[in-house]
Design a protein. Structure first.
Length: 463
């Protein structure tokens, strides 16, 4: 199992690594796409909107083409000087109506030719502006460009100075003429991580779901494999314990038969009866062991095999004790039986005998030295309660829910499995109780300090 555990752990680590790589590559790809989109939009705004806006402002306001922070390297074929003369002659007239007639770009997307028509005093004047091929000269990124980029993409642009090493994504403004301003061509893009993370939310959710589903599947598979391994070990232990316990009655019967044959038991009726009683007792014990193993392994089918009739539970207790007393070499006074109710109920006599025998056998195996076993019968008209207590070490609270499982046996660190058994007795008891529509509980007895089993069974058959 350790090998499977390591394999599952390595697979989960590999899956986690693949998810992290996938998320990182997706983030990097989205970041690069955002950078390309921002860079394209920056160059478009500078090449089109800002250039046209600047030319319109210069013509309307009658200012020189060269401004303090903006340099349009243009060659107009017809400067609008006539407009100045006409405006001087007709003061107070409206601003000229400026219209962009033509806008051409070079192969690099830079402005190449802009044709602007001006309607002033009913006369239309057309001017064409030819731009340098390496772009527009700007000392700094116009505020209009920064604002539009922030509104559209939610990112901020900061100019990179000479000698600075940017920590984030770099946006290059190719439409800006590098000959006039080297510092204004590259900008650091900030504020993009949060929106990219939000955009990747479906990928994160899918990755977490995939990782969780895979982990749950591996955990379930590992738990099933572990349970199967435990059951295989328990069954191997069962075979070993049953084989060991089968030797005892077989050897005892063999000794009794040999004694009858060799030591002249025919001449001594008392000895003959004693040997025959021993043989019958051990054969009965062997039969009980076989029945207990078979019935315990046939879970869920016991109630269909019940043959109920009126049974005196007090007599069943006495019969079971008679065989166990001889087996464990105990005295009659080591069992204290208190009957406080009518001991008759409707049950299967064979399985009821197995129920009582297993509880008393458990008390004899794990009781103190000397044994002190107490059995109490109580109840009313509808049900009958059987309590069996011993003076042994008791059962730890953490183990009480598991002692009724098949093949389960308590291991004490200082004793191990000192008492022979195969972990089927109490499991068989619970099956019998449930088949009779009763219940069983376990606690530590306060009076004698050992385990206290309480069984409650209905007195009459219920559908």
């Amino acid at each position: 199992m350790q090998r499977q555990k390591i394999s599952f752990s390595l697979i989960m680590m590999l899956l986690a690594s693949l998810l992290v790589v996938w998320w990182y590559q997706s983030f990097a790809s989205d970041r690069d796409q955002l950078r390309d989109a921002v860079e394209t939009e920056v160059n478009r705004i500078i090449s089109e909107d800002f250039v046209v806006h600047g030319l319109r402002a210069m013509i309307i306001n009658q200012v020189d083409i060269d401004q303090p922070n903006v340099k349009f390297e243009v060659q107009p074929d017809r400067l609008p000087a006539e407009l100045r003369k006409r405006k001087a002659a007709a003061t107070g007239l409206r601003f000229p109506d400026v219209k962009v007639e033509q806008f051409e770009k070079s192969e690099d997307g830079l402005p190449k030719l802009v044709t602007i028509s001006v309607d002033q005093l009913g006369e239309q004047v057309t001017s064409r502006f030819f731009f340098r091929e390496d772009g527009v000269s700007l000392d700094e990124l116009p505020e209009m460009v920064e604002k539009k980029i922030q509104e559209k993409f939610g990112v901020l642009l900061f100019a990179i100075k000479d000698g600075e090493a940017p920590d984030n994504v770099v946006v290059t403004a190719r439409s800006i003429n590098s000959q006039f301003s080297n510092n204004a061509r590259q900008y650091e893009m900030l504020g993009y991580a949060r929106q990219l993370m939000l955009g990747m939310l479906p990928e994160f959710l899918f990755g977490f779901f995939l990782f969780g589903a895979t982990g749950f599947s591996f955990a379930t598979a590992y738990r099933n494999l572990r349970d199967q391994e435990i059951q295989l070990r328990q069954k191997d232990a069962l075979v070993a314990n049953v084989a060991h316990e089968l030797k005892t009655p077989i050897a005892t019967v063999g000794v009794a038969l040999e004694a009858l044959n060799l030591f002249g038991a025919d001449d001594d009726p008392v000895r003959r009866a004693d040997y025959l009683s021993i043989g019958q007792s051990e054969l009965k014990r062997l039969d009980q062991m076989a029945d207990r193993a078979i019935d315990a392994l046939q879970a869920g089918a016991l109630d269909a095999r019940l043959e109920k009739e009126e049974v005196d539970l007090e007599k069943v207790i006495q019969e079971s004790w008679r065989g166990l007393r001889l087996r464990y070499e105990l005295e009659d006074h080591q069992l204290q039986l208190d009957v406080h109710t009518n001991p008759v109920l409707w049950a299967d006599p064979n399985y009821l005998f197995h129920l009582v025998y297993n509880l008393l056998d458990n008390a004899c195996k794990y009781g103190g030295d000397p044994r002190d076993i107490r059995v109490v019968l109580t109840g009313g008209e509808a049900s009958l309660s059987l309590s069996v207590a011993d003076n042994g070490p008791g059962i730890p609270l953490a183990e009480r829910s598991r002692v009724f499982e098949r093949f389960y046996r308590i291991v004490r660190p200082d004793e191990g499995h000192r008492t022979k058994g195969h972990g089927l007795g109490l499991s068989f008891v619970r099956q019998i109780v449930e088949a009779h529509r009763g219940w069983i509980s376990l606690e530590n007895a306060s009076s004698v300090g050992g385990a206290l089993f309480t069984v409650e069974l209905p007195r009459f058959d219920r559908p």
